[in-house]
Structures are given as C-alpha cells and as structure tokens.
Design a protein around this ligand. Structure first.
Ligand code: GDP
Length: 304
C-alpha cells in the first residue's frame, strides 16, 4: 500500500487540487460544480464516456436528495468510482493459480516504449520469487535493442531467455521457447512480441501466427494475452487499447508509469470502457515496482 500511495501521489495531488478548485466558494453541488467536476475528470484522463457516467450518477443523486453539500462530494465520488471498478471484474486474478496450466503461457503485446520489456522483467522477478520456473522468449525480433534488453532482464532476474538472430521469425522464437519450457518442465513462459501498430492487418496476422504456433505445442496457449499500456499517455492508451483488442483477444492489462503522472484516472476509464481486467500496475522503474492491481487499494489510495 505504501508503494502504491507513493506511486499515485501525483494523480492524487492533481485530482484533489482540481476538485478543491471545482467546488471553491460553493456549499452545494449545483450545475456549475458538476460542470467543473466533469472537466476535472476529463482532464484527469478518466475518459469522456466514463466521466459522463459518473456525472450522471451524481446528478441523479442531487436530483433525488434535492441538496448535496460540496463536503459530501468526495465521498460520493469515491463511491461512484468504486462502484464502476466493481462492475468490472478486475480482481479475477487475485487468487489465480499459475499451476492450473503447465506451462502457463503469457503473450505480451503493446507498442514500443510503453514499458513492455520492463514489465516482463518485473513479472519474471515476481514469479521467480513465488517459486516458479520462468522462461522468457524474445519474439520482438525487429529491434536488436529489444532482444538485448530482454536478455539483460533475464540476467538481472536470473531466468532463462530464448532468443534468435534479429529479424528471425517471431513465431519460431515462440515455438522454441515453449518447446524448451515443456522439455525442462518449467512453469511460466512469457513471450515478448513486436509492438508495431502502423498496420493493423499485419499486426493481427503476426499475433495470430504466434498464437497458432503456441497452441500447437500447448493446447489452449496463450492462456494470457497481456496488453501493456503507458498510463502517462492518457488518450493514447485508450486508443492503443482499442486497436489491440480489435487485433487480438487481450484478456489482461498492465498499466505502467503511474508514478510519473497525474493521469492515473486512465485506469478507471479503461477498466470501465473495455471491461478487461487490469491485472498489473507499474509504479516505478525498479524490479519490485509492479503490483497486482487491487481496485480497493487503488481507490483508497486516491482518496486517502
Ligand atoms: P518497451 O519499449 O515497451 O519495452 O519499454 P521499456 O520496458 O524499455 O520501458 C521504457 C522506459 O519506461 C524505460 O526507461 C523504463 O524504465 C520505463 N518504465 C517502465 N515501466 C515504468 C513504470 O512503471 N514507472 C516508471 N517511472 N518508468 C517505467
């Protein structure tokens, strides 16, 4: 919780200083206050659709009770956000057992620069600490740097990395990785992929080719398609989420870099709009700065 509080500090500060301004000089929640609140939520990157949902609910409450004091607004907002996150099953992963599948195969997708490699490294570290045998597959073969970085994380964390020459077929890297994981009786396979969005059909084909290969060795694989989004990019993160969910069956999200930004509201908007569980959040650059997303702890931290 402490690391989370620290990671969300900027979002929290931005959020509350804006809300304080939004209600300045007002004792009751009126149309002006609601307009201001709408702007606060939109500029905190909650997203327009989700913001309107929240405002509508608060407006309904005002209409029902005839009177809502501005001092009650924080509490109400907190409840509404909690409610929105609860409607999305974001905590499905809480009690997830990796042992359900062996090996458990994770395919990691996302555009370059969002923190994909770092997230893979952090995740490998966590899983290894949990006593699991982890192997990484460097299937982003389009950038030499990507392969080198995965290797570096492998060394740092102490897990095996499967890589081929730059430019080789990503599906072939995935194949080698999974096959060797099966042979070595390893528990979790994490495959990095290239994050090229410029051509959706190309992306779709590439990802489905990798998936097919995985499935040939381990039926049902990949068990998890983890999309990594940079939380500090606001609306770009929404757009990327849209593109990737159209290109492949993303079933988990990791939202990174929440520590460096006041745009943490993106977690709320993306959960609400895409209904895909946010599984992890990144709150720093260190190996230990990846957390399983806990919606209650998240809201608690925002409203502390
Ligand atoms: P990739 O191109 O998507 O693989 O991105 P990288 O993993 O190389 O990360 C890009 C930069 O973002 C690096 O400098 C990372 O240290 C940084 N980064 C990744 N995750 C986080 C995070 O949660 N918080 C912060 N502050 N930086 C992060």
């Amino acid at each position: 919780q402490e690391a989370l509080d620290k990671g969300l500090e900027k979002t929290k500060e931005g959020f509350f200083s804006k809300i304080t301004k939004a209600v300045a000089g007002k004792s009751t929640v009126d149309d002006d206050v609601l307009d201001n609140l709408e702007e606060v939520l939109v500029t905190s990157d909650v997203g327009v659709a989700t913001t309107l949902k929240i405002i509508d609910r608060i407006q309904a409450r005002v209409a029902r009770d005839k009177y809502l004091s501005t001092t009650e607004l924080n509490g109400l907002l907190r409840n509404e956000i909690q409610q929105l996150l609860a409607e999305n099953n974001s905590n499905d992963f809480r009690n997830f057992e990796y042992g359900d599948h062996k090996p458990y195969v994770i395919m990691v997708v996302g555009v370059n620069g969002v923190g994909k490699t770092t997230t893979i490294g952090k995740l490998a570290h966590q899983l290894k600490n949990a006593g699991l045998k982890v192997v990484l597959g460097a299937a982003d073969t389009f950038r030499a740097a990507a392969v080198d970085q995965i290797k570096l994380w492998g060394e740092r964390v102490g897990v095996r990395v499967v890589a081929q020459a730059m430019g080789s077929d990503p599906a072939s890297v995935a194949f080698d990785t999974i096959q060797s994981a099966v042979a070595a009786n390893e528990d979790v396979v994490i495959i990095d992929t290239a994050g090229r969005l410029h051509n959706k059909v190309g992306l779709m084909n590439e990802l489905s080719k990798i998936k097919n290969v995985m499935n040939r060795i381990v039926p049902g694989a990949p068990h998890e398609i983890l999309l990594v989004l940079d939380g500090s990019t606001g609306q770009n993160a929404f757009e990327q989420c849209k593109q990737f969910t159209e290109a492949t069956d993303v079933n988990a999200l990791a939202i990174t870099k929440l520590d460096g930004t006041a745009k943490g509201g993106v977690v709320i908007g993306i959960s609400d709009q895409f209904k895909i569980p946010v599984k992890y959040i990144g709150v720093g650059e260190k190996m230990t700065d990846l957390q399983l997303f806990d919606k209650k702890a998240f809201v608690d931290s925002l409203f502390k």
